[in-house]
Design a protein around this ligand. Structure first.
Ligand SMILES: [Zn+2]
Length: 510
């Protein structure tokens, strides 16, 4: 009996190991030899402040990255600058492989969010990378950087601005290339590297760079490394992002605030009017009632639907953690919800509450609305649907303050300010190259990987499509609890190591 059990486990372990390719195992062995040196290099990189507006340090980052690339044998290393002067450059390099007919570009950004160092935990500083033997939440403590002879625990974390978002992208992509090169593997694709320096400042000039260098940036696929892996800790590949736009909506009552005793029940109350207007936009189950709101949505393909079914659902744990019982629309899980266009109230304002409240009828009430978009939606069309709905509720819609004449003519007036926005982007999972990326990431792990047809957040990935006609797939590597954009940003070493294997596998796709 025991023999059978031992045999069974032996079979299981052989079976499990077979999910990871020989190349990945060799790259892992190379990392074991290399990681002390990488840690040293990464700490030096993280020590350079990286706020996009800090021109002097941005230049130092640019020099450092160029050096990293040249050291690894990447060719044609250069800075790509937009037309507008004084904007952080993109650091670019390439590796052309004999016989390759297709090209993949790897994207990450080296700038980071602004910092408030007073908010960082004791002993931690944004640009003085510090090693901890775990996460702050698990009461880990600061430890010495390891010597050459010391073991390195993959659960250790580096705390520093940019450690996860997104210098980890630069580091893991370049070290992935170094690994395949040192292991003697030859990619079947031409590889290009593109490291942006203005992402956290809004990527306002990215399109200028894409436009100016379009021929040089021609490719079959962009691999975007940014953001965290799935909350379950599993590796993730995501194929799209939602679009985003905003509407500022104000409704009007009397010209001056009125005594609620003298005028209550008589004067119109804009807070009440706005509440009614907003509640006319959604039913009790969170479905948007605005005519045609869901009409343009391009349905998911069979593969995308299958992927959705396999996404581990964090719903119950998350609701518990967040302290509410029922989701807004009980038909959908979290993963399904983010594949629909949304109408969300970001905030409401009308006179004062609490200690500052007074017995008045307010003069105006304002709501900030946030519209997230999915594939098929056009943000201007989505604006128009909301405006048509407001008109249908009897409002005279303007984009300025109402005049005396307006007030004499229209009983209900709404000022609607439409902001700029951008549309969603989604690369089809059905494309052969998308299937190759999925297979490559799968080849690095025995665990399930999470395939997201789209993530909920918004990134202006549409610019790659608009200016280059390019396809993008996002392969994030950071731990989900990395505190990106906030104080105590950190990367778990295992995520960095996993990232290197993931990108190496993508570089070696056939
Ligand atoms: Zn980022």
């Amino acid at each position: 009996m025991q023999k059978i059990i031992v045999g069974f486990f032996l079979f299981l372990s052989v079976f499990a190991a077979s999910a990871q390719s020989k190349e990945v195992l060799n790259i892992r062995a190379f990392r074991e030899k290399k990681m002390h040196q990488w840690l040293e290099e990464y700490t030096a990189f993280l020590s350079i402040p990286n706020i996009a507006s800090d021109t002097i340090h941005i230049q130092k980052n640019a020099v450092f990255i160029q050096q990293m690339m040249k050291l690894r044998g990447i060719t044609n290393v250069q800075l790509l600058s937009p037309k507008t002067l004084g904007i952080p450059p993109v650091i670019y390099g390439e590796v052309n492989n004999p016989g390759a007919t297709k090209t993949i570009i790897f994207y990450a950004h080296y700038d980071g969010q602004p910092v408030d160092s007073t908010k960082w935990a004791k002993g931690l500083y944004p640009f003085k990378p510090t090693l901890l033997n775990g996460s702050l939440e698990s009461q880990a403590s600061i430890i010495q950087w390891p010597n050459q002879a010391d073991q390195i625990d993959p659960q250790w974390r580096i705390y520093a601005r940019g450690a996860s978002d997104d210098k980890a992208g630069v580091m893991s992509i370049l070290s992935a290339y170094e690994s395949i090169n040192s292991c003697g593997y030859h990619p079947s694709y031409n590889l290009k590297f593109f490291f942006e320096g203005e992402e956290e400042a809004g990527s306002d000039h990215l399109y200028e760079i894409l436009e100016k260098y379009a021929p040089q940036l021609k490719s079959d696929l962009w691999i975007i490394c940014d953001g965290p892996v799935h909350q379950s800790g599993k590796k993730m590949v995501s194929f799209g992002v939602r679009g985003d736009t905003h509407i500022e909506l104000t409704v009007y009552g009397s010209k001056r605030p009125l005594h609620s005793g003298h005028y209550g029940n008589w004067a119109p109350n804009p807070a009440m009017m706005l509440s009614k207007l907003l509640s006319s936009m959604k039913d009790d189950n969170g479905k948007v009632l605005i005519k045609g709101f869901y009409d343009d949505v391009i349905p998911l393909s069979i593969k995308e639907k299958e992927a959705l079914k396999d996404i581990p659902s964090p719903d119950v744990t998350l609701k518990n953690e967040l302290g509410f019982l029922v989701q807004e629309n009980n038909q959908f899980t979290l993963a399904e919800s983010i594949l629909n266009p949304s109408l969300n109230i970001n905030g409401l304002q009308s006179a004062n509450v609490g200690k500052l409240s007074s017995n008045i009828i307010p003069t105006i009430a304002t709501a900030s609305l946030d519209l997230r978009l999915v594939l098929g939606n056009d943000f201007r069309k989505q604006h128009n649907k909301v405006v048509a709905h407001i008109k249908k509720q009897g409002y005279f819609v303007i984009d300025r303050e109402p005049t005396e004449a307006d007030r004499k003519m229209y009983p209900k007036i709404a000022k609607v300010i439409l902001s700029d926005g951008y549309n969603a982007q989604r690369t089809s999972m059905d494309l052969p190259i998308a299937q190759k990326v999925i297979a490559a990431v799968k080849s690095t792990t025995n665990d399930q990987i999470v395939l997201m047809p789209s993530v909920g957040g918004s990134l202006p990935l549409y610019v790659f499509e608009k200016y280059l006609g390019a396809k993008t797939i996002t392969v994030p590597i950071a731990n989900h609890d990395n505190n990106q954009h906030a104080e105590n940003e950190n990367i778990r070493l295992l995520n960095l190591w996993n990232g290197i294997e993931t990108f190496a596998a993508i570089m070696l796709m056939k």
